[in-house]
Design a protein. Structure first.
Lengths: 617, 343
């Protein structure tokens, strides 16, 4: 059996020029699942999970950089509100006339930055990339349960990205009511220009996004349940797969509720219903819509919105578990406790949404209930943190870029998680609600942790995606600058919140007491720029390494999981011969007596009498 | 340019140079073999870990000393003082946890760097340890939950009691209006369809409770008295945020939200306490409400009760006598205006 001799990385970089010329020379001697590939079927409308994973990743990188640019623009506005930034007019046209950022467009930037980061990068980018890449590879499946649904999922995602991007260019500007798009603001074009066509496009984009997410999640779940190879019991699955599994279940249960919320909003906006509208007088006239409740939307939104936090975070934690264990050359501590804590977190995530609504006028008793459930989340989170730390203890740590990002994730997960205890406590939340304290909190615990998990994943599985290894030195510089950039950005931000500065303010001119806080805003913006620039190191490294990176061996990190038993070159069906059988759990690193410090999952106990323990059967 | 900014730039540049050196050094070694390269990476990154821990924590403490004075002064309300106390307890717990976990994390990362002559400790399960770090956080959290909830109950019960001086805060894009309930401490009813240019709150002039209601563009409160804010919005969601009093409640169209609190310091007291003769309280909108969201605010003053009474007398009634008697200039769409004319 020959493997595809084709170098797929070269293809990716120069797909448009070369693909056609290369497309005929490799069929015929491939795996029998293979068929005649042309440029379109191989790169664009591929149903191969590895290609779809790469598609997701590349779109997510693009969207991520776009959202980062937006954040740098509004960060500069906040740090230097009086300065004229001549380049703005070149970049954003009429919204940056004469180098001054338009206040309405400021809100649009904040809104779209949040939307892209939460949904397009950290939901689709993270789950879409790694669930697709790793579920079949780590479980020993030839592909996802449905390759077609999988491709469809990506294409809905691509479509929703295009619609979201398109909305940036329209006359009245994109949606600008904040990424949570609370009605009535988002329902009434009279209230803010962004609630016109921009909001319609936002909703349409989200509908496709949700469809994409559901198709993906259903596929992940069915693959994990049905397509595990022989011996791959649920209790032998790597923690990555557990994380993707739980994430997918969360998505299937919560995204439909967001869809409902969005559809009702569409009805209110366009078809005269009043689900969210009541007693409104705007633009010099009373509104005919009456009898609805804006709070209803918030309940529906946060019923997704909170599980969404874990949809973002759990895959990152899963990736980190794998990366930390491999690079510490030590089994992950408390494998079952890790699974258990993820399940508990997932369960709790459905009954904590009200902590986003303590000061909305929701019944105070309900507030107490949500305080209780919210703070419970800290317990499984603490278990996870201590398990990570114990995994490092007496390990034998190989510092690779992915390991650094894994450790960074644990650090940010702790820092951001702790401030969550303040925000989850309704009495304390009163004064920091909707201030920069919240912004700092979720950027550290959700934004940074998830993006660190994603980076860890990219560095670790890059060889599996492109057959090469990313440059490690650039990876190290990328990590340290990102870590310093993010703490420098978000740590000082807490003090803005504790000084009472509301979020989503175009400038802090309303209150004289805020004047002396401009120094903090300078520091925050400077570090944001440092962190932002550092991402270009990653961008360069990523695309440079696709073509020029050091060639990877089959198992470059000496890892145990099944993906490293596949050939370096991608083939349809993943394994050239029979699918491997699994005999042990994935974390036999540094096992006493073993010949090497790792034992692949495919090695039966009968071959390792020297290291077997009484528990091994 | 302030010193911190310069520090940031210098620190950033130093780090860049440092890392470039590390990379250069590492690449020199890489000529030899991969193992040596990884060994150098391990050395430098593990040193990075411990340095980040030490420098990071030092910078953090430095920044806290610098920035904590810029945060809000001590609360100027009764429940606010309780919240501040609670906050202190929480911060203490959080900082202890923060230091323990971050130190362990970065220290272990530093200490256990790869050594090819060593094997990691094959240690993958320990129920006792798991139990410890399940039970201890549970106990600590139980304490935090209990104290937090009991304070929350005190605050929200007061808000539900309807006691205190009733003041309506009426929000619209992009300003607040205050309506004092007057002698009867009852607000006249209002309806959004009754809103006209001359009656921007849509107040029912026929309601007996309306007669003594007063309208103000400034929130003035007496020190030491319970105040009951009745919060409404007429267009989108706004939020009434009084950071110095630890008060925040959304203004939601279609419903009335409430927040009760007792100011304990006058503006003059605060000016003395903060050493800032220009200190003023403020009410800000803290829910994104449109393009001018960042400019939506209302001045707030707390004065001695006697001064408050004087001030009240100077405020205008909702329907000044002569105007209420004359027929409304613009025909109002709602019935309430009609009834008011009939009477």
């Amino acid at each position: 059996m020959e493997v595809n001799p084709h170098n797929s990385m070269a293809h990716d970089a120069h797909a448009d020029e070369h693909a056609h010329g290369h497309s005929h020379d490799h069929h015929g001697h491939d795996h029998d699942h293979d068929h005649e590939d042309n440029f379109w079927s191989k790169y664009i409308f591929s149903t191969d999970h590895k290609m779809i994973a790469k598609q997701y990743l590349n779109v997510a990188i693009f969207m991520g950089f776009l959202a980062m640019f937006m954040s740098l623009i509004f960060r500069m506005q906040l740090a230097w509100p009086d300065a004229k930034l001549p380049f703005l007019q070149d970049v954003i046209g009429k919204w940056g006339k004469d180098g001054k950022l338009d206040p309405g467009f400021y809100l649009a930037l904040v809104t779209i930055h949040g939307t892209i980061m939460v949904f397009f990068v950290l939901t689709a980018g993270l789950s879409g990339t790694f669930s697709n890449l790793l579920i079949p590879l780590q479980l020993g499946a030839r592909d996802m349960a449905s390759g077609f649904l999988n491709a469809l999922s990506f294409w809905f995602f691509a479509l929703s990205s295009v619609i979201m991007l398109f909305s940036l260019g329209i006359e009245t500007g994109p949606a600008s009511g904040g990424w949570t798009v609370y009605p009535p603001l988002s329902a009434l074009p009279q209230a803010i220009p962004g609630s016109g066509l921009g909001m319609t496009l936002w909703l349409v984009s989200m509908v496709f996004f949700i469809a994409s997410s559901l198709l993906g999640s259903i596929n992940y779940i069915s693959t994990i349940i049905n397509l595990r190879t022989k011996g791959m019991a649920m209790t032998r699955m790597p923690l990555t797969i557990w994380a993707f599994f739980i994430t997918a279940i969360l998505g299937v249960l919560s995204f439909p509720v967001l869809l409902a919320a969005a559809l009702l909003l569409v009805f209110d906006r366009s078809f005269g219903t009043s689900f969210y509208l009541s007693d409104i007088f705007i633009d010099g006239a009373p509104l005919d819509h009456a009898g609805g409740s804006p709070i209803l939307y918030q309940h529906l939104f946060w019923f997704l919105g909170h599980p969404e936090v874990y949809i973002v975070l759990l895959p990152a934690l899963g990736l980190a578990s794998e990366v930390i264990s491999v690079n510490a050359r030590k089994p992950i501590f408390g494998y079952k406790a890790m699974i258990g804590s993820m399940l508990v977190i997932a369960f709790l995530s459905f009954i904590v949404w009200g902590h986003h609504m303590f000061v909305t006028g929701m019944n105070p008793f309900l507030g107490s209930v949500f305080v209780f459930t919210t703070l419970l989340v800290a317990i499984p989170s603490a278990v996870k943190v201590f398990n990570y730390i114990t995994t490092l203890w007496r390990g034998n740590i190989q510092f690779t870029p992915q390991m650094l990002f894994g450790i960074g994730l644990v650090s940010t997960f702790i820092t951001g998680g702790l401030t969550g205890i303040i925000l989850g406590d309704s009495a304390l939340d009163i004064n920091v609600h909707d201030t920069y304290f919240v912004v700092a909190h979720f950027h550290i615990v959700m934004g940074s942790s998830a993006i660190f998990g994603m980076f860890a994943g990219v560095y670790h599985w890059f060889p599996k995606m492109y057959g090469r290894i990313m440059n490690k030195k650039l990876g190290f510089i990328h990590f340290w600058l990102t870590l310093i950039g993010l703490y420098g950005t978000f740590f000082p931000m807490h003090f803005l919140g504790l000084a009472g500065v509301p979020r989503r303010y175009y400038a802090n001119t309303a209150y004289d007491g805020f004047a002396n806080l401009i120094n903090i805003n300078h520091v925050v913006t400077v570090f944001a720029i440092i962190g932002g620039l550092a991402q270009f190191i990653f961008l360069f490294n990523f695309y440079y390494s696709i073509k020029n990176g050091k060639k990877s061996s089959q198992n470059p990190w000496k890892a145990n999981t099944l993906e490293w038993t596949t050939p370096v070159e991608h083939i349809h069906g993943n394994w050239p011969g029979a699918i491997p059988e699994v005999h042990r759990w994935p974390y036999d690193y540094g096992k006493p007596g073993a010949k090497e410090d790792f034992i692949c999952q495919t090695v039966p106990f009968s071959e390792t009498p020297e290291s077997n323990t009484p528990h091994d059967h | 340019m302030n010193i911190l900014l310069i520090l940031a730039v210098v620190f950033g540049t130093l780090v860049l140079v440092r890392l470039a050196n590390v990379a250069a050094l590492a690449s020199k070694l890489s000529g030899e073999n991969e193992e040596a390269e990884q060994e150098s990476a391990n050395r430098w990154n593990s040193i990075g870990m411990i340095s980040f821990l030490i420098i990071g924590l030092s910078v953090m403490i430095y920044i806290m000393n610098l920035y904590i004075p810029l945060t809000l002064p001590k609360a100027a309300s009764e429940h606010g003082e309780a919240i501040d106390g609670l906050m202190k307890i929480n911060w203490t717990v959080l900082f202890i946890t923060f230091f323990i976990t971050q130190i362990l994390l970065f220290f272990f990362a530093f200490k256990y760097r790869y050594n090819k002559n060593r094997r990691s400790f094959y240690f993958h399960d320990n129920n006792k340890l798991e139990a410890i770090w399940t039970i201890i956080p549970t106990i600590v959290l139980a304490a935090l939950i209990t104290t937090g909830m009991s304070e929350w109950n005190v605050i929200t019960k007061k808000s539900a009691s309807m006691k205190g001086i009733v003041v309506q805060i009426y929000a619209k894009q992009f300003d607040f209006t205050a309506r004092y309930a007057g002698k009867d401490n009852k607000l006249g009813s209002s309806f959004f369809r009754s809103i006209t240019d001359t009656n921007p709150l849509g107040i029912d002039s026929a309601d007996a409770a309306t007669a003594d209601d007063l309208i103000a563009k400034e929130l003035v409160l007496p020190k030491g008295a319970e105040v009951q804010l009745m919060i409404n919005s007429r267009d989108v969601i706004h939020s009434v945020y009084l950071p110095h009093f630890r008060v925040q409640m959304n203004a939601v169209p279609g419903m009335t939200t409430r927040f009760a609190f007792k100011p304990t310091k006058t503006t003059a007291d605060m000016q003395k306490e903060t050493g800032n003769p220009k200190f003023e309280f403020i009410m800000l909108c803290n829910k994104i409400c449109g393009v001018a969201h960042y400019n939506m605010k209302m001045p707030v003053r707390v004065v001695e009760p006697a001064e408050y009474e004087e001030w009240l007398k100077t405020q205008s009634a909702v329907f000044p006598k002569e105007e209420a008697a004359a027929p409304a200039a613009t025909p109002a769409p709602a019935d309430s205006a009609a009834t008011s004319m009939a009477k």
